[in-house]
Design a protein around this ligand. Structure first.
Ligand SMILES: [Zn+2]
Ligand SMILES: [Zn+2]
Length: 167
């Protein structure tokens, strides 16, 4: 039986701890410990793991934007005219856009693919949506754009959900 030695946090040398990263065995304190499904890990190991997980290439971000822009534009053109049915079609349209991007990028996972796609939608679909919103704000009431807005939110939400991986 050896006496227990005091170890100090790798990141905070003045903090004594009994916690260790379960991958590299480095002493860490509760402030640094990241809880993962397989136990506590240090930030470096978590980062390294994510870098393996996120394997997107720069071209993927380009593709995500280039695809989201026209598809968002087309979908918004059609979607805004469907009235109540946008509730069914909006999510479907977003899911399809997400799926197209996912396949075009050869199923590589990008940390920010969803954000680029969202930006593409905000510009592409926005080309249709924003003028209508301005129109509504100019006194015509939100009744004229409500379905456009609902469609956009559902579409963007579904596309982002499809492209957002892990955390
Ligand atoms: Zn570690
Ligand atoms: Zn610490």
């Amino acid at each position: 039986m050896s006496e227990s030695e005091t170890v100090y946090c790798h990141y905070h040398p003045d903090v004594a701890t009994s916690l260790r990263c379960n991958r590299c065995n480095k002493p860490i304190c509760p402030r640094d410990a990241v809880r993962t499904p397989v136990g506590y890990r240090c930030p470096e190991c978590v980062r390294r793991q994510q870098d393996v997980f996120f394997n997107a290439m720069p071209i993927d971000y380009f593709l995500a934007g280039v695809i989201a822009l026209p598809l968002g534009y087309l979908a918004q053109q059609l979607g805004g005219r469907l009235g109540f049915f946008v509730i069914l079609i909006g999510t479907l349209a977003g899911g399809i856009i997400g799926e197209v991007i996912w396949r075009a990028t050869r199923r590589r996972r990008g940390r920010y693919t969803w954000a680029v796609a969202l930006a593409g939608l905000l510009i592409g679909a926005g080309a249709v949506l924003w003028p209508r919103v301005v129109f509504a704000l100019n006194g015509f009431g939100f009744g004229v754009v409500i379905w456009d807005v609902v469609f956009f939110v559902l579409m963007a939400g579904a596309a982002v959900a499809r492209l957002r991986f892990g955390r």
